[in-house]
Design a protein around this ligand. Structure first.
Ligand code: B12
Length: 531
């Protein structure tokens, strides 16, 4: 732990937050840059505003601090240093988000430069990586790591630094890690979960939000997206997931009216028309979900703005009432953690889920006119050429609109990590989920990499996919514009053939033009309407 000053100046102390995520920007949008992502896997493209940092910034401002939130994607290291120099007189701390393991090497490079320039300022990190692997505090440039929920622990260590008692107090602050005099990491006991409902709204930055664009398949397809959170935590304990270590399976909700009020504020004050809910299981609690649907439906009726929300749901707790209320509440895109279409895999990693239940949930969601993204992983330890082939033969039987396929990646702190750590074949920068991270039983990495575009093409150019889009875009004409944009994207990425693209793009453009012109669909189309 470095020698840190106490503060005497009267003016507010200032904390600078940095999201070290790399991205490229043309000043109208920011695209995430992920090393090794040389094939499109359906993974996130557009940046989302750094909600984790914005929550902590708001919490500290509630406790008398000034704060700034910086995106590395918008500034080079020198510009970041100049930005911090502007507040150097009241600088209380520099906080770096290590939300993903693959960004750690780049983030440490920046932290070393910051520590060299501001040697007496505490550098604090937090997020999923240090929560699963606190060894990052062994780095000389890192003074403290916050383990788990960040708001209170971050505030308390800043206050201790302020008082000049960081060395002694750090051992009593919960949810903290630091290196002791021998350089060994010390982790204090985990902190009780904070009262999420009492948290101030995340601190929003207009300069960041105006660069956050909705993903390739969104409703509405163009506009601005903001990350929001109605709950924290997940009741499930999937063996591959890092959330258990972060939220210990306890789920906390905020008040539905409060959530709807924040959405109204983002629509009216920041021009947001797309919401990305980072809730790990949006349908974790049925009553809470229905409350929010009603509250957001009321906002939609009140405001003359067409907006939509994208959420992540578990496929096992979905029913007709939930889906119809979600449609009414403009929750028009659902990510389902399908994980795989092979029963053998599901048994091993998510045993509470069944393949037939996934299918019926997908069918019901389609019948209610909600866009679907299927989230899948391949590259499990037991993966072979046969399982890859079997998956390709089955994929078009799963009526999703969009498929994201990533590589199973064993994160430290996840239940599965201990069983597979000896198979790891990449360094930290390779923990992106966009490249194979482990040795599999019966297939090598190049073959595994090739299998993803093959799988995506197999789905998007299948007859079943065409029939699926034809019936869904007919039943729900307001989805056509989103589909049209997505098919442009897939065609540009070489994942949809000219023939399929021409067919589906023409169809969705026509159908969109009808409703756009406020005209009813022609009889020829209506005759094809189900029911
Ligand atoms: C929402 C989400 C996204 C969103 C938005 C991410 C963002 N930047 O905000 C999108 C879709 C863009 C995304 C993308 C990716 N994600 Co993601 N994502 C999530 C998800 C589902 C929820 C995160 C969450 O809980 N947010 C809510 C906020 C409030 O919680 P929080 O981030 O944990 O923050 C709290 C604490 O961690 C702490 N904290 C966090 N940061 C900091 C910083 C400091 C200084 C301090 C003191 C405290 C602190 O305090 C916060 C408030 O209490 C998680 C979890 C999951 N199970 O899947 C994965 C997860 C974080 N993502 C992951 C990955 C790998 C990625 C991608 C690399 C995937 C890819 N190849 O594209 C990209 C990376 C790009 C990026 N991050 O933008 C991994 C990271 C694991 C790891 N150790 O690396 C996770 C854990 C999923 C998994 N596979 O297990 N992701």
């Amino acid at each position: 732990m470095n020698d840190l000053p106490t503060h005497t100046t009267a003016s507010k102390r200032h904390v600078v937050f940095i999201d070290p995520l790399q991205g490229r920007t043309d000043r109208t949008t920011i695209e995430i840059e992920i090393p090794g992502r040389d094939r499109y896997t359906g993974s996130p493209v557009g940046i989302k505003d750094p909600i984790a940092l914005q929550y902590i910034a708001a919490y500290l401002e509630d406790h008398g601090y000034d704060t700034t939130v910086i995106l590395k994607a918008l500034m080079n290291d020198q510009e970041i240093i100049q930005h911090i120099e502007a507040v150097e007189d009241h600088l209380a701390g520099i906080c770096l988000s290590l939300h993903s393991t693959y960004i750690v090497p780049g983030a440490l490079e920046l932290a070393r430069k910051l520590k060299a320039r501001f040697p007496r300022t505490p550098i604090i990190v937090g997020g999923y990586h240090p929560t699963g692997d606190p060894d990052v505090v062994k780095e000389d440039c890192i003074d403290f790591a916050i383990i788990g929920e960040g708001e209170a622990s971050c505030h308390e260590i800043l206050e201790a630094v302020e008082r000049g008692t960081a060395v002694e107090d750090s051992r009593t602050i919960q949810g903290l890690a630091f290196s002791d005099a021998t350089g060994e990491p010390v982790c204090t006991p985990a902190r009780e979960r904070l009262n999420f409902a009492s948290m101030p709204w995340p601190k929003r930055e207009a300069e960041i939000l105006e660069l956050c664009r909705p993903g390739p398949l969104s409703y509405p397809p163009v506009g601005r997206v903001a990350q929001v959170s109605y709950s924290r935590g997940c009741p499930y304990g999937c063996t591959f997931c890092a959330s258990v270590g972060m939220w210990n399976r306890k789920v906390q909700y905020r008040d539905a009216e409060d959530m709807a009020n924040e959405m109204r504020h983002l629509i009216t004050d920041y021009g947001i028309n797309n919401f990305f809910f980072c809730d790990l299981s949006f349908n974790g609690k049925r009553s809470r979900l229905l409350e929010l649907c009603d509250a957001v439906e009321a906002v939609h009726q009140e405001l003359d703005v067409d907006f939509g929300s994208h959420v992540m749901c578990t496929s096992t707790v979905i029913d007709e009432i939930i889906l119809s209320r979600m449609r009414a509440g403009r929750f028009l895109k659902i990510d389902y953690g399908i994980e795989d279409v092979l029963e053998g895999t599901i048994d091993r990693i998510k045993s509470f889920q069944r393949i037939d239940r996934i299918r019926s949930t997908l069918d019901a969601t389609n019948e209610h006119g909600i866009l679907i993204r299927g989230l899948m992983m391949i590259g499990y330890p037991w993966e072979t050429e046969d399982t890859v082939r079997e998956r390709e033969e089955l994929i078009d039987q799963f009526p999703v609109d969009q498929l994201r396929v990533c590589f199973y990646t064993p994160y430290k702190g996840t239940p599965m990590y201990e069983t597979v750590k000896d198979r790891i074949i990449v360094d930290m920068a390779g923990f992106t989920t966009d490249q194979p991270a482990i040795r599999c039983d019966g297939i090598d990495s190049p073959a595994l990499m090739d299998s993803i575009p093959r799988l995506l093409k197999r789905l998007y150019n299948s007859e079943k996919y065409e029939v699926h889009i034809e019936s869904k875009s007919l039943a729900y004409p307001d989805l056509n514009n989103s589909y049209w944009h997505y098919f442009e994207y897939l065609h540009n990425k070489g994942l949809m053939t000219d023939k399929t693209w021409k067919r589906l793009s023409t169809l969705t453009a026509e159908r969109h033009s009808y409703i756009y012109a406020g005209a009813a669909l022609p009889n020829s189309e209506l005759r094809m309407m189900p029911g």
